[in-house]
Design a protein around this ligand. Structure first.
Ligand SMILES: [Zn+2]
Length: 381
């Protein structure tokens, strides 16, 4: 009889949180996560010395370890997981033992993602996922999360049904890993598919996308992470603007009321009329300068020389929205959470209209992005 996994005493820590999803190239962003923001997904490898205090201390922030094998390896039916070379304790490289080792030796991380390779959307990818599900079945675990990194093609109505069916029997937490290169969530069809998977597969996290992570959080995802590199690559051009943007490593500026990333020339000419931000880093910016006005103008944020200042602002805004969505959990119904998200998006679409009505008519309009219209229930617009 298969052993049943231990309960997951700490897996509720990241609930209702937005985690910052770091890559090696963005690991210094951890310093800029506002106090009220909520933790990080760290890439495997040595923790940079300046962050050891966060990792080793009392940790108000939950931390997740991501071996991120999906960035370099593809999952196969024989080897869905890509472990580091076998250790002395596991010379045969037996996958269940290697998974148990990962779980046992990964303190002080709260959760550890499996080293799953990228899952292609074909027969081999389906078989690889089935094998991954089989391998995690009997692992006794406190921290392990089955990472499901999706290659292109999964986020369709059919792909979502297949995923929901395959993940149904998994007893440990699961995490869909989405990134801009392999599985952008950039169309209504993909947004709908993502909703379908998180709604039908309880205890599934969504890691990596931009604001689609918040939609997932409102529709049942157990926790989400936010990859600012993804949002930098994903920022949509307005009509007539070049794509991809000239410097995709630079993030757009997330506007709290518009719930939209402002990037590119059209957004830039509107920044002046978009008021001031009062997120935590922007409030601090205002206090340090003592101009007598609260917060930081969006036009100043748009001219910031440092990309990290924009990242810190964006993360604070996303965390703020996530807190609003999950306020009062667990005593909040799923319907109430969805309703809160819908209202935020509906107000954001109206804020676009108000802004365009008040802006200089000579400027090109700042139209709401397609995904915001979908979340606000305006698919026909
Ligand atoms: Zn701000």
């Amino acid at each position: 009889m298969p052993r049943s996994p231990d309960p997951l005493p700490r897996s509720s820590d990241p609930l209702s949180r937005v985690l910052l999803h770091l890559r090696e190239s963005t690991s210094t962003l951890l310093e800029h996560v506002p106090e009220s923001a909520a933790g990080a997904v760290l890439p495997a490898g040595p923790v940079p010395p300046q962050h050891r205090w966060t990792v080793g201390s009392g940790r108000p922030r939950p931390l997740v370890l991501d071996p991120a094998r999906y960035r370099t390896e593809t999952a196969t039916p024989r080897h869905p997981f890509r472990f580091t070379p076998p250790s002395l304790f596991n010379p045969e490289g037996d996958p269940p033992r290697a998974l148990a080792e990962l779980d046992r030796w990964s303190a002080p991380f709260d959760l550890v993602l499996t080293p799953t390779g990228l899952l292609t959307c074909d027969k081999a990818g389906i078989q690889a996922l089935m094998e991954a599900v089989r391998l995690v079945e009997d692992v006794r675990t406190h921290r392990l999360v089955l990472a499901v990194p999706l290659g292109p093609g999964w986020l369709t109505a059919t792909g979502a049904q297949v995923l929901a069916a395959l993940l149904d029997s998994v007893r440990i937490p699961k995490a869909l890993v989405l990134d801009a290169e392999h599985s952008p969530v950039d169309s209504v069809e993909r947004l709908r598919a993502l909703r379908c998977v998180v709604t039908e597969s309880p205890d599934t996290a969504v890691l990596g996308p931009g604001l689609a992570a918040l939609d997932a959080l409102a529709h049942g995802a157990s926790f989400v992470s936010f990859d600012e590199t993804t949002t930098a690559v994903d920022a949509k051009p307005y009509p007539g603007e070049p794509f991809p943007p000239a410097s995709p490593v630079r993030p757009g500026i997330l506007h709290r009321r518009l719930l939209t990333y402002l990037a590119g020339p059209t957004a830039t000419v509107h920044l002046e009329g978009l008021g001031r931000c009062c997120c935590e880093p922007c409030l601090r910016w205002g206090e340090e300068r003592g101009h007598g006005q609260v917060g930081r103008p969006y036009s100043v944020l748009g001219q910031e020389g440092s990309a990290e200042a924009a990242h810190a602002h964006n993360l604070a805004v996303v965390s703020d929205v996530a807190r609003e969505l999950t306020r009062g959990l667990p005593d909040v119904s799923e319907a109430e959470k969805r309703g809160r998200w819908w209202r935020l998006c509906f107000e954001a679409v109206r804020a676009h209209d108000w802004h365009n009505g008040a802006a200089d008519p000579a400027l090109p309009p700042l139209d709401p992005p397609e995904e915001l219209l979908f979340w606000a229930g305006y698919p026909e617009r």
